[in-house]
Design a protein around this ligand. Sequence first.
Ligand code: AMP
Length: 121
Amino acid sequence: MDIKDCIFCKIVRGEIPSKGVYRDDLVYAFHDINPVAPTHILIIPIKHIVGVQSLEPEDECVVGHMFYVARRIAEDLGLAPDEDLNRGYRLVFNVGRDAGQSVFHLHLHLIGGRRMSWPPG
Ligand code: AMP
């Protein structure tokens, strides 16, 4: 698929509307259009990267930054575990179709606001 047709690249460029929660030079975070929990945010790199399956050494910084941004957003939204390690949230990369990846632009799911079970379906 051509990068110009990538739905998340279009979101980054503002060609498709989104409900943003954070943006900087490296990443953009916005609400998932089909939330699976009270809070469901996607953190994506500004740069088009297909997924974890295509990460290159030069992408290590942006992936680390995605996790840090996720932590800050989770704290801002009151999802962070307390001193007794209650509450909490889940961070997920789906890698490939069998794992549930449907959009082939790297994205970190930040999911929270309800109790979750393990293993995932
Ligand atoms: P995945 O299945 O891991 O590739 O996740 C893709 C996610 O993108 C899904 O949770 C979708 O609900 C979400 N999604 C698809 N299109 C949009 C959109 N236009 N705005 C916000 N989220 C979207």
